[in-house]
Design a protein around this ligand. Structure first.
Ligand SMILES: Cc1cc2nc3c(=O)[nH]c(=O)nc-3n(C[C@H](O)[C@H](O)[C@H](O)COP(=O)(O)O)c2cc1C
Length: 231
């Protein structure tokens, strides 16, 4: 294919803009064929030296989900303790995972030894393997959106505990823990964190630099990093 037609182009942007992090799921299974398409999209992500460092652990067992949810519960409680009011109350009101609600969980891992010791392009930036794995996650997330399936990324986890539950070998790195299923309330127009008043989307113009990196001025004359330090 040489070029996308206008409908195809529109569909790509629609998936990007309409993708959301989903934390509430309907009790409805994701058909095997849909799951396979989404996983195949993930597997077609770009990767450093075409190393394809990812694996996907697909979890449908309630006992396993409950064990992971227990880890998340403690990690969220620990994070909660670290906030001061009024942020603490706002944090406490957020739903930050849907592990047991989601019919499917997927743990995406990264194998730094795949194709090693010489992975083309990883000589000076070892972490390229993790970046590649994150691109697989993004492919999965966008394909899922196109299928009407919601995905929620849970980062409130202790990786060594997750490793134990899922029997992930020591040299393999768990990168993403994803809750996957049909959203209970559809796909919101804005990120839930924005809806809840936690944080707004930044102004893109402040983030695009001309020729060299320099802090952008806000309309008040502050740099963005000064403004964030003050708040
Ligand atoms: C690396 C990563 C980790 C995340 N971890 C969590 C998490 O632990 N809990 C949660 O509720 N959302 C998590 N999110 C979702 C973000 O909060 C969400 O992407 C952001 O608020 C923007 O919303 P949107 O994805 O709906 O556009 C994570 C997202 C990313 C990319």
């Amino acid at each position: 294919m040489v070029a996308f037609g206008s409908g195809e182009r529109k569909a790509v942007y629609s998936a990007i803009y309409a993708r959301r992090d989903i934390r509430r799921f309907r009790d409805e299974p994701v058909p095997e064929a849909v799951l396979e398409r989404v996983l195949d999209a993930a597997h077609h992500a770009p990767s450093v030296g075409f190393s394809q460092p990812w694996d996907f652990v697909v979890i449908e067992d309630d006992g396993t989900k409950a064990a992971v949810a227990g880890i998340a519960e403690r990690a969220i409680a620990a994070a909660h303790e670290g906030y001061r009011e009024p942020r603490k109350a706002a944090f406490g009101a957020l739903k930050l995972e849907g592990i047991t609600d989601a019919p499917v969980n997927i743990c995406v891992t990264c194998d730094p030894t795949r194709d090693a010791p010489h992975v083309l392009g990883r000589n000076t930036m070892q972490e390229m393997d993790v970046y590649s794995t994150c691109l697989a996650v993004q492919n999965l997330w966008l394909a899922a959106r196109a299928e009407g399936v919601g995905v929620g990324w849970v980062s409130f986890l202790y990786p060594h505990e997750l490793r134990n539950v899922l029997e992930i070998p020591h040299h393999i790195r768990p990168v993403a823990y994803l809750c996957v299923g049909y959203p209970e309330d559809g796909f919101p127009d804005e990120p839930v964190l924005q809806q809840e008043g936690w944080r707004d989307r930044l102004d893109r113009d402040e983030l695009v630099h001309d020729g060299r990196w320099e802090p952008a001025k806000t309309p008040d004359g502050d740099t963005r990093s000064e403004r964030e330090t003050d708040s």
